[in-house]
Design a protein around this ligand. Structure first.
Ligand SMILES: *Cc1c(COP(=O)(O)O)cnc(C)c1O
Length: 403
């Protein structure tokens, strides 16, 4: 059984720090990272945690302490990574649709960069030639991922340089002497099927002969974790086996050794997170029973943004008679966390816990409706540590100047 926090621990945290509150379980993060190391043993693979899933600086420091590298989606994330103590060689920046000036800033930081447009590739070539190795993010024309907002590799996607533009990439390489070290793809999030990754490997390995300075194949992130009870995630053991097989075969055939990079976000932190809310109001409306909690899309937008499912537990009344509820927030929009969800009888003041709240949850929170963002707590060696205070009114006024 994977590591979990107990209902008792969660209740104590809510009693001490209040609710709503985000809770992260450090050892569970480590367990997930070690699962990856184990599954990819015997391969030359490096893992870069996709920081955009959860960027709290204490979490980043913890991720550094367990030996994982970091993938950033903005130059600010790269600066946070440096602030957390990562060295430039541990930092990767996979950009999309950024100004060349941001690539120049990343280069100043000395970090690895994956570039996702022809125009920035050419500008990089003209500026750096062979002096600074870069990666090219390709759009592999693979349709994959949990829903359209998180599918990034299909043929109408905004991400990456189209495979059809290979000739233009080669032209940049030839004309500017650009040092292309990495070919990168990230086809989407919540990819269960190992065959999707296998297809990506096939597409990229086919291109290797065009790139004499290539050293790295970067397969992005997107490993799926179970959200529904009974659901299974990506079989990473199978994925590790596939990578070992394909890259050994390739090396044997061509004599070229390639390192493999992955950028898992969700896989590393999703299941380590819990979001604890309190029920404000039980309300009957039409034929529905509403459980209105002291939170909303301002704190956890995944269900409203892309229909994500989060398991919800009533830790105050786990053995109550099961009824069906609309679990909703307090924001002035229809912010349903869950529809027609069977839960043990929910009463006012009960604690409802959202599971899998580590990835893209606090990180996507906002001050909408002028409500405060929740505090964050990291549980490490059994001890809860406050790693972000809840907001106060001054936080809403911060940066506002007098008209
Ligand atoms: C978001 C993102 C990831 C992480 O995706 P997960 O589904 O969280 O694993 C990895 N690489 C890139 C380029 C991304 O944009």
């Amino acid at each position: 059984m994977p590591l979990q926090l107990t209902n008792e621990q969660l209740k104590q945290i809510a009693a001490r720090f209040g609710s709503p509150v985000y809770v992260y379980h450090a050892e569970r993060i480590k367990e997930q990272y070690e699962n990856l190391l184990h599954a990819f043993a015997g391969t030359d693979t490096r893992f870069f945690y996709a920081a955009k899933a959860l960027t709290n600086i204490s979490v980043l420091k913890y991720i550094l302490s367990i030996g994982c590298n970091i993938d950033c989606s903005s130059v600010n994330e790269a600066r946070l990574a440096i602030h957390a103590g990562f060295t430039p060689s541990q930092i990767l920046y996979t950009s999309n649709n950024i100004a060349f000036s941001e690539i120049a800033e990343a280069k100043e930081l000395g970090i690895s960069i994956n570039i996702d447009s022809l125009s920035n590739l050419r500008k990089s070539g003209e500026a750096y030639g062979g002096t600074y190795p870069v990666g090219v993010r390709l759009r592999p024309n693979i349709m994959a991922g949990g829903n359209l907002k998180i599918s990034t590799g299909h043929s109408n996607s905004k991400f990456g340089v189209a495979l059809e533009d290979l000739e233009s990439i080669l032209q940049v390489q030839k004309e500017t002497g650009l040092h292309i070290r990495t070919l990168h793809i990230h086809t989407g999030s919540e990819i269960k099927d190992v065959e999707v990754f296998a297809k990506g490997i096939e597409v990229l390995l086919d291109l290797v002969p065009h790139f004499p300075s290539l050293e790295v194949i970067d397969l992005g992130g997107g490993m799926k974790v179970p959200y529904h009870p009974g659901e299974t995630g990506t079989d990473i053991t199978d994925l590790g086996r596939k990578v070992k097989e394909e890259f050994e075969k390739y090396e044997h055939k061509t004599g070229r050794h390639l390192q493999v990079w992955f950028e898992p976000g969700k896989y590393i932190v999703a299941e380590a997170g819990y979001f604890i809310t309190t029920v404000n109001v039980i309300k009957q409306s039409g034929d529905k029973t509403f459980a209105g909690v002291n939170s909303g899309l301002n704190h956890l937008i995944r269900p409203m943004f892309y229909g994500a499912y989060h398991e919800i537990e009533n830790i105050s009344n786990p053995n109550g008679t099961v009824h069906t509820y609309q679990v909703v927030g307090n924001i002035c929009e229809t912010d349903n966390f869950a529809e027609d969800r069977p839960l043990p009888e929910v009463r006012e003041n009960d604690l409802l816990v959202f599971r899998n709240a580590g990835a893209y949850c606090f990180e996507m929170s906002s001050h909408y409706n002028s409500r405060f963002k929740p505090p964050e707590v990291l549980v490490k060696e059994g001890q809860p540590i406050l790693i972000r205070k809840g907001d106060q009114l001054g936080d809403l006024l911060h940066n506002q100047t007098q008209a």
